[in-house]
Design a protein around this ligand. Sequence first.
Ligand code: ASP
Length: 902
Amino acid sequence: MMRYFAVTFIFYIIIVNCHRSGRTRKNVTIIGLFHPEELQEQTAFRIAVERVNLIILNDTTILPHVEEVSANDSFNISKRVCNILAEKGTNAVGIFGPRAETAIGIVKSISDYYEIPHIETRWETTTRKNKMAINLYPESKLLAQALMDTIRDMDWKSFTVVYEKDEGIVRLQELLKSHDGLAKGAGQTPFTIVQLGEDPDHRPLWKKIKTSGETHIVLDCSADKIVSILRQAKAVGMMGDYNSYVVTSLDAHTIDFEEFKFGQTNITALRMLDPSSAILQKAVQDWIFDEMNHNRTASVTSNNLKIQSALMYDAVHLFAEAWIKLGSLYTTPVPIDCYSKEGVQKSIIKISNGFRLLNFMKLMQSEGMSGKMAFDNSGLRNYFSIEILQLIDKGFKKLGSWDPKNGISYTRTTSEMAGEQLQNIKNKTFIITSRIGRPYLDFKKGEGLKGNDRFEGYSLDLIEEIAQELGFTYIFSLVPDGQYGSLDKKTGQWNGLIRELQERRADLAICDLTITYDRRSAVDFTMPFMTLGISILFSKPVKQPPEMFSFFKPLSFDVWVYMVTAYLGVSLLLYFLSRCSPFEWENPHPCNPDPKELELTFTLQNCLWFSIGSLMAQGSDLLPKAVSTRLVAGMWWFFTLIMISSYTANLAAFLTMERMDAPITGVDDLVNQNKIKYGLLRGGSTANFFRDSNVSIYQRMWSTMESSQPSVFVKSNDEGVERVQKGKRQYAYFMESTSLEYQMERKCDLEMVGGLLDSKGYGIAMPFDSPYRTAISGAVLKMQESGKLQQLKTKWWKLMHGGGQCDKRNEATPSNELGLANVGGVFLLLIYGCSIAFLVSLLEFLWNVRKVAVQERITPAEAFLLELKFVLLCHGTTKPLRKPREPSIRGSFMKLDIINKK
Ligand code: ASP
C-alpha cells in the first residue's frame, strides 16, 4: 500500500510540474450543487476534478465550485447559481446536481435557457423535456426491469411493496405495472402496497403483513433506514426461514447487516458498483491518496462507496473526456446576468458549444466506477450493469448480474447453490405436521412413549431416512383438525395440513397427501414419493357353497320341464304315428308268410324307451321304419344333439367354478344403478376430483353422492373400509389405490373393482418458496433410485401389521378340482336310480313267485323259497319252465287255476 502511494505521489509531482511548465491553461468552472448531508458526494466531486485536471486535461483547468443548497428552497438555489454565472472570470461551463426533486426544476430551466450542460446523478422518471441534461443514474424503466427480472427469477407469485417516501412508489411503478400484467395473465395474486408511516414504530404494519400471510417483501427506503426497519420486522416474526426481502436501494451494500447474517431470511440486494472492478479500486486508491495529500482522513473503501458518489465521480470524468475533444472550440464564456433588465442578447450570453458538448457526452461510451455507460438521445443512461447480491453468513455474496442486453446471468452454478442449501439444512429442527392414518402414521403400542417415539408408520420412516441423508432433526405433531387440506371457496381459507404450513406452524407435512393443482397454489411439494390413482373398493362376492346337484344348473328349471314335456310328447307322438302307419306293423313270425295278425313294435313302452335312449345319447335296438316316424325320430335326435352339446358345454363351467356374483365391474356399472351406494372421504383430493371434474359421468356421480341420504361420505379411510365390509355388497368406496392395496393385503374379503380413474402422486408439502425444497426433493429422488422407497412400501404394506394375509390364503387354496361336493349329486342319483331298480326288480320277483305258485300249485312261500334259492345260487344261465301239477294233489290250487284261466 505504502509503495503504491509513493509511486503515485512521484507520478503526481511530475505531472503537476509538467503542467505548470507548459502552456497557459484556460480556467473554467463547474458548479456542484449538493445538499448538506451529501458529504461523500461533495468529496467525490472535488477529488474527481483534481484527478481530471491532473490526468485528463492538458490546456484547461477545471475549478470545482461546490454550493451547499437546501432541497426545498429553489429561489435561493436560482439566486446562488445566477450569482456564480454572473461572476466575472468564473467561466461556468457545467452544472452538477442537485439531487432533490424539489430543487432541480430551477436549475434545469437555467441550464436549458443558457445552454449550460447539466449533469445529473439522481433517479428520475423517464419523461424528460430538458434538452441540456444528461443523467448518469440508470434509466428508471430499465432499473425497474432489473428489479422485475430478479423478482421473477425468484419465482415470487405475489409480494408486498413496503415503501418509505412517495417517490418510492413512483420509482417502483414500472415494476408494479409489469408484475400486475403478468400476475393477471397467470391468474396469480398481484402485489400489495404499504407505506411506512411517520411514526418510527413500524411493528403494527409488519404484524398486518404477517397476518396477511405474505412472505415476500420489496423494501424501498433509504439505505440508512434499512436495518432499523428490518429489526422491527424481526421483532414480529417476519424474518423467518420463509421470508424473502428484496432491498431496492442501490446503497444497500454499504450497510452493516451483521445481525441478519445468521438468520435464514433471504435478503437480496442490488448493487451497481463492483468492488472487484479495477477502475473502482484504482479510483478509490486515488481518492484516498488525494485525501491524504490534503491531510484529510479518507474513510472511503470500495465496499462503502455510495452510488451517488461514484456517479458524481464518473460524471466529472465524462465531462472532462468530452471537454478534451470539444473544449478547444469553447470560447471563454461571457458572464451571464440572469437578472439583466436590458435583455442581453441570448446569442451572446449562451455558452458557446454547450449544446454540442452535451450531445458529445451523450454519444460517448465510457467506463467508470459505476461500470460501462451509454446514453440515449434524451441523455438517460440506457446501459449499466447491476449485481444481484444475497446476504449470507459472511456478508453479501454475488449471485449474478443483470444488464439491459443480456438480462440476468448467474455466476453461481447449480451445484454451488445446492451445496449452500445443504449447508443451511444441517442441524435444523423441522416441525412436521401429519395425521393419523395407517400405514402412514399411527400410534405405537406401549406406555410412557414420548415425542416422535409415540408414532410409527411409513411417513415416520420416510422422514427419518431423509433426515439422516440431510442431517436435520424433526419433531412430529398432529394436525388439530385431522384434515388433509381443502380450500373453502367462500372464505378462501385452507384447513388441515395445508393451513398448518401456510401459517408457518410446521415446516413439512407428510402423509398420504396428494399433490393437486389447488394445493400447489398454496404450498410447495417435493417430488412425489408414491404414485397412485383413484379406484373402487368393494367387498368380494360371498363364495357360494358347492352344490351337489350343480349338474342340473347348466339348464334352467324351465328348460328341464320343457325337456321332460318334449320327451313325453315325442314318445306319445311316435306311438300314435306308429299305430297310424302300416309300416310299423310287423309279422310276429317272419317265417310265416301268411300271418294271422301283425304286431306293433313301437308300443308305448318302446316309444318311451326309444326316446330316452336317444336323449341319453345311447340309442336303442328299436328303429322306426315308416317315413313319418323316422321324421319324428330324426327331429328328436337333432333336438337331443343340440341339447346335449349345450348341456355339456355349460356343465364344465358350472362344475369347476363357484358362482361369482359380480354386480359391478367399474364406474359405469355404479352410475347406472341405484341399489349399491357409493361414497368417499370428505374433504380429500378424491372428493375434489369428483367435485371439480368435467367428465359428465363423474359429475353425475358427485351429485348422486351429495344427495344421498344417509350421507355416503366418511371421515377417514378406516370408516370407509368398515362401511364396505359391513355393507353386504351394498356400499362401494372410492379410495386411492395405495391405501386400497394396504387394505386388500389384510382384509381378504375386499377387492378392487375396475381400473384407476386418474393418476397422481403423494408429495411432502412445505411452505411456499421453502429454501429446503430442492434438498428434500433430491433426497426423495435418491431414495427412489436406491430402491429405499420400495423397501419402505414393502415393509409397511406386506410385512407389518398383518400384511400379506391374503397372499397366503390364495396360496393355500387348492386348484379347482371337483370335489364330492360338486359331483356328489350324480352319485346320489345313481344310488336312487339303482335303489328304485332294485325295488322294481323285487316287485317283478314277487310277481314271478306268485305266478310260479299258481302254475306249480305250490304255496307262495314254497315258490318264493324255490325262486330265491335259484337266484342266490348264482349259477346257470338257463331256467327250467315250471309245469302245473295234478289237481288231486293240490285241489285248492286247481280251483284257483281254473278261476284264473277263466
Ligand atoms: N390423499 C388424499 C388427500 O390428500 C385423501 C383422499 O382423498 O383419499 O386429500
